[in-house]
Design a binder for this molecule. Structure first.
Ligand code: NAD
Length: 791
């Protein structure tokens, strides 16, 4: 072959990476004792092991200890023992340890990369240039956070012992995303690697030893789902951080419901890769290679749905096919390899099955003409065209090198298609018009948006999803918050609201015209669907009035009205602030009336009642002011890009307010949600709902747009359950008894809504903490929009 012919073919000779150091490490290790607990190595108590295979050869690489319940117990005990000292250490001390981990990893950088490729099958180019350097950056970046903890997160303390469960697709990187922030905040860790890929975690544990991590601060317990479940259910764990499938995420949400454990879930995705007609098509093709064929497509945020504008679709698809023909499928340890094997036979079978199903549903599946290695779990890169939106390849996460293509005509259609998924992890927008890209990015229901780029990550920029892609963020400031707890001052345990004993005397007797408060839905006072009402009694059991008895149907109507209140979310912060100021002004004008109502119903002294109304007004004022101040940030990652960390509303938030401080409690929950642009469906105090129904008129003449603030009176437990099961409710905040709170968490798994509960306790609403950032933080999703610059 002449040089010219070689150049045209772009053929490379094999460029194998040396694996002798990795082989020596594997050969020299006693994998029979591969649980790292309390700073020592041991085998599983039950003596079980599992095989670790090299997916390129299908040969066994090691037999690793398989942790069971007793081992998880031991690891949690070690972490519990280490916690007081570790969390009490100065930030500087912890920073030094994090830095030492990062430096030690740097010294073994190549060994980590080669091991990762042997274990997972990912091309060495990726493990060497992406996974391992990013993991190191996480530790070094978080050393800074450890030292800045008091300054940046005043009053917050370590969440405690954390259980961390990670998947096999980025074994070391996911470990770093989990362990670095946990150590920075002063938590201690029990981490369970995925059963397919434990090797780099074991090497990492060795590094911990040499980097001076105190015994018990990091515990690594390889094992399978049984070990994972034991960790999730362990009473000694205060926080669970999980990355994996949405299916297991939902199991974990249910298992931790009512336990008070903090929880973050980083789950699956079906991310859109959107190419507009003014895009630089060649760059977009290269982006697509990274978007879907990076790590064989086994990437939670893989751009697995190509949405391309109709006018350029044919030209673009032709370019994609030409590029696919040049992808090199082969040994992960060849430096020229683009696509290695899938992680395991089960994964290969799953991908093949989904491709066959997609084809049977009408998709045309094209693969380049390329020979596959004779051993190993390889799958050819696959392009599916003619994919209907309901096709399994458009809806299900394939987690393999399979791209589903659809076309769109208008920007609106593109956004609609992109959002037509139950997931919400990431999206790529390709257009040379920054106006168009920044117009589209905020409309996408995704936690990360890359403009003219894809799969960019950094330790300083949060990563995480909307909807069924989970909740919580990893990386940066938001990621630190996942390992910190800033408690509200809690009061006594709450009991379910029982109807007060009625007396024969009526408080309303002789008033004249009867008034029965209705519900407030879509800006109007409406009768409850069931046409039942609920008697409201004062503290002495005297009849004080009637309110509508809201039902499932009323909640559904209220949610529909809230969904429709788009103008509120789209309004400027200043706009919302003016409305909330006006609301405060109007409430203040009727302060005497509200105070009298409070005293009449609850029996609280006149002075205290007035203080509650005044504080409610003050709080409304505060959150009005925050509407245009609780803003996002701009990050400067080590790339030619800025990352805009935007604060977006969660969507529709259900608010279930307590009987204690019935006005202040409701305002303290609803005001921050409204300030950040959420629409609210509130269930006020069951016992004293008249405080909320008295608000209707105030709302009506305060310019609150219809549907932005809805109030459904009725029985707390019943209505909370309806809200928690409703898939169009994005967030739910509940102050109620333990059973109602626990059930709401357990039943929220349909759409994995963001649920916050008081965990069965009352809240001291008068404390400044109840009127600060606590609820503002929960009222937003952080969307990270990556905007590259330069040529
Ligand atoms: P998986 O959910 O099957 O397993 C993930 C981890 O959970 C493994 O360690 C497994 O042993 C453990 N596990 C399984 N059952 C469990 C149970 N009942 N209780 C506790 N732990 C249990 O997922 P997977 O197939 O290993 O990983 C692929 C998935 O991970 C994909 O859906 C992908 O999108 C997702 N993922 C998400 C992100 C993200 O940041 N959002 C990153 C990487 C991967």
């Amino acid at each position: 072959m002449t040089i010219l012919e070689k150049f045209a073919a772009m053929d490379y000779e094999p460029a194998p990476e040396a694996r002798n150091e990795a082989d020596a490490w594997i050969a020299g290790r006693d994998f029979g004792a591969s649980l790292y607990i309390g700073g020592a190595w041991r085998g599983a108590a039950g003596g079980r092991t599992f095989d670790v295979l090299d997916p390129a050869t299908t040969k066994r690489v090691a037999q690793v200890s398989d942790a069971g319940g007793a081992d998880i117990d031991a690891a949690v005990s070690a972490a519990t023992k280490a916690l007081p000292k570790w969390s009490a250490q100065s930030g500087f001390e912890r920073a030094k340890v994090l830095y030492a981990i990062g430096r030690a990893m740097q010294r073994h950088q190549r060994l980590f990369a080669v091991l990762e490729s042997i274990d997972n099958g990912k091309p060495i180019r990726e493990s060497r240039d992406i996974d391992v350097p990013l993991a190191i950056r996480h530790f070094i970046h978080h050393a800074g956070w450890a030292q800045a903890l008091d300054r940046e997160f005043p009053g917050q303390k370590a969440a405690g012992v954390v259980g961390q469960i990670i998947p096999w697709n980025f074994p070391l990187l996911m470990l770093a995303w989990k362990i670095a922030p946990a150590l920075a905040t002063g938590c201690t860790v029990v981490l369970k690697p995925a059963e397919f890929t434990p090797l780099t975690a074991i090497l990492f544990a060795e590094i911990c030893d040499s980097a001076g991590v105190p015994k018990g601060v990091v515990n690594i317990v390889p094992g399978g789902p049984e070990a994972g479940a034991a960790l999730v259910n362990h009473a000694g764990v205060q926080k669970i951080a999980f990355t994996g499938s949405s299916e297991v995420g939902k199991i974990i949400r249910k298992a931790t419901a009512g336990s008070g454990k903090k929880l973050s879930l980083e789950l699956g995705g079906k991310s859109a890769f959107m190419v507009f007609e003014d895009a630089d098509l060649d760059s977009a093709v290269e982006g697509l290679v990274d978007g879907i064929w990076f790590n064989q497509g086994q990437v939670c945020c893989a751009g697995s749905r190509l949405l391309v504008q109709e006018g350029i679709a044919d030209a673009f698809i032709a370019k994609v096919k030409a590029r696919m023909g040049k992808l090199r499928v082969g040994s992960p340890l060849d430096k020229n390899t683009d696509i290695g094997p899938l992680v395991d036979k089960t994964q290969l079978d799953r991908v093949r099955g989904l491709v066959a199903e997609g084809a049977s549903q009408g998709a045309e599946c094209w693969q380049p003409d390329c020979a596959l290695p004779t051993t190993g779990y390889y799958h050819l890169p696959t392009l599916a065209t003619g994919v209907a939106p309901a096709n399994v390849l458009a809806q299900e996460e394939v987690f393999g090198p399979v791209l589903a293509t659809m076309t769109f005509r208008t920007t609106e259609e593109a956004v609609e298609l992109a959002n037509n998924t139950r997931y919400g992890l990431a999206a790529s927008v390709w257009s040379e018009s920054v106006n168009l890209a920044l117009h589209v990015a905020p409309q996408l229901k995704a936690g990360v948006v890359w403009i003219n780029g894809t799969n960019m990550f950094d330790a300083a920029c949060g990563f995480g999803g909307y909807r069924e892609s989970g909740f919580g963020r990893e990386g940066g400031r938001e990621g630190m918050l996942e390992y910190l707890s800033s408690e509200l001052p809690l009061g006594a345990p709450l009991k379910p609201t029982a109807p007060a004993a009625a007396s024969s005397e009526s408080l309303t007797a002789g008033i004249g015209i009867d008034r029965t408060a209705k519900l407030f839905i879509g800006g109007k006072q409406v009768r409850p669907d069931g046409n039942y009402s609920l008697a409201v009694l004062d503290r002495k059991g005297r009849h004080a009035g009637e309110v509508g008895l809201g039902s499932r149907k009323d909640i559904r109507d209220a949610v529909t009205a809230a969904r429709g209140a788009k103008s509120w979310a789209e309004a400027t912060g200043f706009n919302r602030s003016q409305v909330l100021y006006f609301l405060a002004e109007n409430l203040s004008g009727r302060a005497d009336e509200f105070a009298a109502r409070l005293t009449g119903l609850t029996g609280v002294a006149a002075k205290a009642a007035r203080a509650e109304v005044d504080l409610s007004v003050e709080r409304l004022f505060f959150f009005a002011g925050m509407a245009d101040k609780f803003e996002g940030r701009v990050h400067a990652p080590p790339a030619r890009a800025v990352t805009l960390a935007l604060h977006e509303p969660v969507g529709v938030i259900g608010v279930v307010a307590p009987d204690e401080a019935p006005l202040l409690g409701l305002i303290s929950l609803a005001a921050p949600a409204l300030a950040m642009g959420n629409a609210v469906v509130a269930v006020p105090s069951q016992r004293y709902p008249l405080l909320a129904t008295d608000l209707y008129q105030v709302l009506e003449y305060s310019d609150v747009p219809s549907g932005a603030f809805n109030i459904v009176t009725g029985k707390t437990a019943e209505l909370a359950a309806v809200l928690s099961k409703h898939d169009d409710v994005d967030g739910l905040w509940i102050v109620a008894d333990a059973e109602t709170c626990g059930k709401a968490e357990a039943e929220s798994i349909g759409n994995l809504k963001r649920v916050w509960t008081s965990n069965g306790r009352a809240i001291d609403w008068t404390s400044p903490a109840a009127g600060g950032d606590y609820f503002l933080r929960r009222a937003i999703e952080v969307k990270n929009v990556w905007v590259p610059y330069g040529d």
